[in-house]
Design a protein around this ligand. Structure first.
Ligand SMILES: Nc1ncnc2c1ncn2[C@@H]1O[C@H](COP(=O)(O)OP(=O)(O)O)[C@@H](O)[C@H]1O
Ligand SMILES: [Mg+2]
Length: 295
């Protein structure tokens, strides 16, 4: 019997109601693969007496819809094929790590400066004044500040002047963060591209009238868009460099409309994409996994 497992986050509520695993399971059923949906739990994988132990051995593959890096690493150590792989998920989970990995490969992205590590709550921002001067000189205002772990636009901020920058730096100083040039030509507008097995399969444009962030969760409106060659090419290259089986890439418009990579989501939701583009994303992902494992 062909069997797969979908693992979701331990703390996520309403597994049964959540669209992502349900849609995937449905598509695998059409291919004759039985798929279980489980939460990552205390006994998924652990180290006992110096060895990895897990309950996964009956499954041919795992679709890892979580980002918990300890479990994904342990499962791979057990020889389980994860979709996406541990390292790909880890690199995408941290926005700065994603940019660092992509740097030097000819991928256009906004100029980006990493936030300096701070582990002292008492520390004051003026202790890193040279960094502030550098941010102003290289990025200018308005600039973008992002916490490295975040999604749905919730941890992405804009500073219009030094005062706002200082306040935001204080707010994020104990968390991983980065500073980025604001791509003004793309304010409130970007393109989300889904790449599966190295091929860009669909895209939508997201536009917000009220916010520089185009996330649908913040009021952005999505519409289908035909991918131009340059957007297709950069999406597929990014997925290839990060060794992603599946991803959703956010791409900004440069001054001439050229693509600039904003961020890469290893666990991109595909519900809105399926309804906007009319493409069966879950079906395409299931087919790709089937081919990879049984083909
Ligand atoms: N450097 C930037 N210049 C212009 N807009 C940006 C920039 N970075 C992010 N944005 C906008 O903010 C949105 C959210 O940022 P993103 O990095 O995708 O974080 P999240 O993971 O929260 O979606 C993007 O979709 C885009 O509309
Ligand atoms: Mg995004």
């Amino acid at each position: 019997m062909k069997r797969g497992l979908i693992l979701v986050n331990a703390y996520s509520r309403l597994i049964s109601a959540s669209n992502q695993p349900k849609r995937l399971k449905e598509e695998f059923e059409k291919l004759g693969v039985v798929v279980d949906i489980k939460k990552n739990s205390i006994d998924t994988a652990m180290i006992i007496e110096g060895n990895v132990q897990s309950f996964i051995e009956d499954y041919d593959f795992v679709i890892y819809l979580d980002k918990d890096k300890y479990t994904s690493s342990l499962l791979e150590k057990e020889g389980i094929r994860l979709f996406n792989r541990h390292e790909a998920i880890r690199l995408c989970d941290d926005k700065m790590d994603t940019h660092i990995r992509l740097a030097g490969h000819g991928i256009s992205m906004p100029d980006t400066i990493g936030g300096l590590l701070c582990y002292n709550e008492e520390a004051t921002i003026d202790e890193v004044m040279p960094r502030i001067n550098l941010i102003e000189e290289k990025l200018g205002y308005p600039c973008v500040i992002k916490e490295c772990y975040g999604s749905l636009g919730a941890k992405v901020y804009c500073a219009n002047n030094r005062n706002e920058l200082l306040q935001l730096m204080e707010k994020v100083k104990l968390k991983s963060h980065l500073f980025q040039k604001m791509i003004a030509s793309s304010r409130g507008r970007d393109v989300r591209v889904i790449v599966i097995g190295g091929k860009a399969v669909c895209a939508m444009q997201r536009t917000s009238k009220t916010d520089f962030r185009s996330n649908i969760e913040l009021g952005g409106v999505a519409e289908p868009i035909e991918l131009s060659e340059s957007f297709r090419e950069i999406s597929e290259r990014v997925a290839d460099i990060l060794e992603l089986d599946y991803c959703g890439i956010d791409i900004l418009y440069g001054q001439e409309g050229e693509p600039i990579v904003c961020e890469v989501n290893s666990n991109a939701f595909f519900g809105a994409m399926e309804s906007v583009s009319g493409v069966n994303v879950a079906g395409k992902y299931a087919e790709y996994i089937y081919e990879t494992i049984y083909g």
